[in-house]
Design a protein around this ligand. Structure first.
Ligand SMILES: [Fe+2]
Ligand SMILES: [Fe+2]
Length: 271
């Protein structure tokens, strides 16, 4: 299965670039599955329902969220009606929406997409390790399994927590990819047990910024330690950042992982 995961779309720049690129990439890379993190699509904070709809129309199969999940309150009733939009699975019981979704591909194959959120330098939440373990108990990868691939978006700040989660589930999922730091890491690899891994997919947004936000206002916060102007997304040309993985349907494990960086100011990489 050929899978593309795109990191956090930030503001109009990231949203428009990703929306335009997804149909082309589906074609040129022969993609079976596209997963996009949309937590910063609405002016940097949250995801408005019409933007989620536009991403599905563009060809995203699943949209994930993160700590900015509820910044746009209109998403709360929407997530109850749209199972392809998922939020971290380790939110407390009773939180709207779900932490995973099984995509049925046109050819009958199935892919499970799940999201968990880290706890190191993040809000206190339920245990993502045990939460993911419980969720995975219902699934087995492979030709005779419940799904042919499992993609985990681990929305977390610390690389140590992301690596620990990936090694804990190595061999049981196809891909563990980090989101949230908005900076692509160069450690994409296939772990010993066959799980593809990348600490952070990076963002889809303007990299002449502080993690997608206008650099002047963002930097001033560190200088002044006073509430300043509201942060707003940088609006220059976006680099689309993500990761491509090819899996073996017989096992669900990864055969190949390659980064994608397209457009904008970062060095370019095409799978
Ligand atoms: Fe983000
Ligand atoms: Fe985040």
């Amino acid at each position: 299965m050929k899978i593309l995961f795109l990191g956090d779309l930030v503001g109009r720049s990231g949203r428009d670039a990703a929306g335009a690129a997804i149909p082309e990439l589906r074609q040129s890379l022969g993609l079976d599955l596209v997963v996009v993190n949309g937590e910063n699509a609405s002016h940097g904070f949250g995801l408005a329902p019409e933007m989620a709809r536009a991403l599905f129309v563009a060809g995203a199969d699943v949209v994930t969220l993160g700590n900015h999940a509820w910044d746009r309150k209109e998403i709360i009733p929407y997530i109850e009606t749209e199972p392809r939009l998922i939020r971290p699975l380790n939110y407390p019981p009773g939180t709207p929406g779900h932490g995973n979704f099984v995509v049925l591909l046109p050819d009958g194959r199935r892919a499970l997409v799940a999201q968990a959120m880290g706890r190191l330098f993040m809000d206190a939440l339920d245990d993502p390790f045990r939460g993911l373990q419980t969720m995975l108990a219902a699934h087995r990868m492979g030709a005779q399994g419940t799904v042919q691939a499992i993609i985990v978006d681990f929305h977390a700040e610390a690389s140590s927590e992301k690596l620990s989660l990936a090694h804990s589930f190595d061999g049981r999922v196809s891909l563990v990819v980090g989101t949230h730091t908005h900076t692509p890491s160069a450690d994409h690899q296939i772990l010993e047990g066959g799980t593809a891994y990348m600490t952070d997919a990076g963002m889809c947004g303007d990299y002449d910024s502080v993690i997608g936000m206008q650099k002047g206002t963002a930097a001033l916060r560190f200088w002044k330690k006073m509430p300043g102007e509201k942060l707003a997304p940088a609006e220059g040309t976006a680099t689309i950042c993500g990761v491509f993985v090819e899996t073996d349907d017989a096992t669900g494990l990864a055969r190949r992982i390659a980064p994608l960086r397209m457009g904008g100011r970062l060095s370019q990489a095409m799978p």
